[in-house]
Design a protein around this ligand. Structure first.
Ligand code: GRF
Length: 202
């Protein structure tokens, strides 16, 4: 990736705090060699879309189809087209609440990463922080990983540990993990830009 500006598309569904930190860090040159070429959301009212537009970034809702947690074929094709039209090099899922499978995965093979609020492989899927508390884990954290066809199973490329403290609630633990997500995600993207982390073989 060296010497080339990495064009990043961010896929979001809600609040967009990870997205915002990435945009800010690119703006402040803390992630050198990257630009955000597109923000796409599967939720028409995602706060993240408003935030991205405030930064002057091209941001759009794209209809994913009728299902709640996956794309239908036409919806998936709409995403692929928009991402290809934006000449996307890297897709960063940032709170995107939908499984990425088959065609989209194939169109951007090895070029989709995600952040997850646990130390994978522990606590994949929804409510990772709640899972950590129920399991009485002494430690949780966050993970950045490449996306494959499984649920949070792709190759891990960055992790930060966050202790679970006595008296922690889902909300307090989520907040402390989120602070670390914000640091970790930008660090991993910067390592991709510098060539320190390489894309898996196609
Ligand atoms: C984060 O905790 C992320 O790990 C998970 O969804 C949350 C998104 O938060 N996948 P935000 O939209 O980035 O604020």
């Amino acid at each position: 990736m060296k010497n080339k500006i990495l064009r990043i598309a961010l896929m979001v569904s809600g609040r967009g705090s990870n997205m915002q930190v990435i945009i800010e860090n690119i703006k402040k040159k803390k992630i050198p060699g990257a630009e955000v070429c597109l923000v796409v959301s599967d939720q028409i009212r995602a706060e993240a879309l408003i935030t991205a537009k405030e930064y002057g970034i091209s941001a759009q809702y794209i209809d994913p189809g009728p299902f709640k947690t996956k794309f239908d074929e036409a919806g998936e094709n709409r995403y692929i087209r928009a991402l290809q039209d934006a000449r996307t090099d890297l897709i960063c899922l940032a709170g995107f609440m939908r499984m990425i499978k088959s065609r989209l995965l194939a169109a951007f093979k090895g070029r989709i990463i995600n952040i997850h609020p646990s130390l994978l492989p522990a606590f994949p899927g929804l409510h990772a922080q709640r899972q950590a508390l129920s399991a009485q884990a002494g430690c949780s954290g966050c993970t950045v990983h490449f996306i494959d066809a499984g649920m949070d199973t792709g190759k891990i490329i960055g992790q930060t540990r966050v202790p679970v403290l006595p008296g922690d609630t889902e909300s307090s633990l989520s907040k402390r993990i989120l602070e670390q997500e914000h640091i970790l995600y930008s660090r991993v993207i910067a390592q991709i830009c510098s060539g320190e982390i390489t894309f898996p073989e196609k």
